[in-house]
Design a protein. Structure first.
Length: 502
């Protein structure tokens, strides 16, 4: 995911050989050229360079924050019902350009067409929630004593920012900026330098929807840009999505600079399969949760805990995995280095005594031989102490750990330092309830492999998967992006006095 150390040496300008021109920052409602340092943007499906992205730093962040600060007074003073009209128009533009936006995700990230368009559809859903904020973010008022009224109002923070990962170039930005902006803040987005193209198109569509200049800004870059965002005194709040190592660093830097920070880290999600589970539902659900988005998502099911007699489900899952076609059903991983790392993890598990039932190493797609492909991989007889059972692989790899009963399975899940998601496949309501109560995860699924809640329910994990208070989406995001003002009023002297009215 987004790495704070992912800087590269300046790339050679290949001019007209690239299908896209150099990526530019977006500041004050206009594209702004970057430089002098650039990094190649590579299509993972082919290994071809498709553009260059500027590796911006503190001066670029300063320009973006200044533009956002200039826009804040006018935007925050605009009534929320007027602010969300921009997002009604923007949602319509996302729907109109769905195919184009999906194709851009496929080109820069490698997702297959169906997954890329599903990502844009989720962005549309998130934008739709932002349109509902006039009804969701209501203040409160109560007569708390005779003639005395207390009122709570929510006010925007000011300039806020988000640091995004590579794995969802369109969806993850929409976790933050629609709600933050609709609530009256102005925004600085730092996309992953590996997938910078979607952010530029988002900025253009927001301008077309009528968003005033400076309300939404984009700065590209790596470590230097991240550090500048964390430490800039003009930024009031920061969100981050990426690896746990970097999430901790962003949280420390941002809070040390006295700003709000919500940093989402990595995961090692466990899906428990009971012997009574519906075989088709369990096998298909686990496989989709493992292989979707090529396993490059923090909600991927990377450990299947097979409880007792579940060989019939394992066999069905393995057969379905073998039938998947790399390049059609599963896209590439993000870089050649990621491919090599994932394949090395599979080899290490095999050498440690695990049994590779389905082997995705050395996958090649005809006509795309330079692409970074790893096929669906299923590894049985994995011991809990193996690295592949403990550490995030971020690829289409499923480690199967065997346990005797549900208590042992839940103990295995609880032992993980992460806490994004846990799931169970079973036909027993009692076993499902026990898992719901005891799983140490912020999101739990029953016969659902990827238990991502839909709006307005917020996304968010526990433990080493999240640092900070609140959630990044849904109702939980309203408090993060606003501050509360409490007002007490008394007008009629006849009300008398009480402890509330003196």
């Amino acid at each position: 995911m987004t790495s704070i150390d992912s800087l590269a040496a300046p790339a050679q300008d290949r001019g007209a050989t690239r299908p896209h021109p150099d990526v530019r920052h977006w500041i004050g409602g206009q594209p702004v050229a970057g430089g002098p340092r650039f990094q190649d943007v590579v299509n993972p499906s082919t290994g071809a360079v498709i553009s260059r992205v500027p590796l911006g730093g503190a001066p670029d962040v300063e320009l973006a924050v200044a533009a956002a600060a200039r826009a804040f007074p006018g935007w925050s003073a605009t009534p929320i019902k007027e602010r969300v009209q921009v997002f009604y128009r923007y949602k319509a533009l996302l729907e109109l350009h769905l195919s184009e936006l999906g194709a851009l995700v496929t080109e820069e990230h490698g997702k297959v067409k169906s997954e890329a368009e599903a990502e844009v559809l989720k962005a549309i859903e998130l934008t739709e929630f932002a349109c509902s904020l006039p009804q969701m973010a209501l203040g409160e008022v109560m007569e708390v004593s005779r003639g005395v009224e207390c009122r709570l109002e929510r006010h925007p923070l000011g300039v806020v920012a988000a640091i995004n990962p590579f794995n969802f170039p369109s969806m993850v930005p929409h976790w933050t900026f629609p709600n933050a902006i609709a609530l009256g803040n102005t925004f600085v987005l730092k996309p992953s330098e590996q997938v910078p193209l979607s952010a530029g198109r988002i900025a253009e569509l927001l301008r077309e929807a009528g968003l005033p200049d400076g309300v939404f800004n984009v700065v590209h870059g790596g470590r230097e840009a991240v550090e500048a965002i964390c430490e800039h005194p003009g930024i009031q709040a920061v969100t981050f999505v990426g690896s746990t190592v970097v999430a901790k660093e962003v949280y420390r830097r941002g809070t040390a600079a006295l700003k709000r920070v919500l940093a989402l880290g990595g995961a090692k999600n466990h899906v428990i399969v009971m012997p009574d589970a519906d075989p088709e539902m369990a096998a298909g659900g686990v496989l989709a949760a493992m292989s979707g988005c090529t396993g490059q998502r923090c909600m991927a099911a990377s450990v299947m805990v097979a409880v007792s007699e579940t060989d019939h489900i394992v066999d069905r899952l393995a057969a379905q995995a073998r039938a998947m076609v790399v390049g059609r059903d599963v896209g590439p991983v993000i870089t050649r280095q990621a491919k090599e790392r994932i394949e090395a993890a599979i080899t290490e598990a095999e050498q440690g005594g695990a049994r590779v039932l389905v082997d995705g190493r050395n996958a090649v797609v005809p006509g795309k031989e330079q692409g970074f492909y790893v096929g669906p991989t299923v590894i049985d007889q994995v011991r809990p102490d193996m690295r592949i059972a403990r550490e995030e692989v971020f690829g289409p790899v499923l480690a199967i750990v065997r346990t005797r009963d549900l208590d042992e399975a839940i103990a295995l899940e609880n032992a993980s330092p992460y806490g994004n998601a846990a799931s169970i496949f079973t036909e027993s309501g009692g076993l499902a309830r026990r898992t719901m109560e005891r799983a140490s995860a912020g999101m739990v699924g029953i016969n659902v492999g990827v238990p991502v809640p839909r709006e307005p329910f917020p996304f968010g994990g526990w433990n080493d998967s999240k640092f900070g208070v609140g959630d990044i989406t849904g109702r939980g995001s309203i408090e993060f992006w606003t501050k509360a003002k409490k007002i007490t009023t008394k007008w009629n002297r006849e009300a008398g006095t009480s402890w509330m009215s003196k």
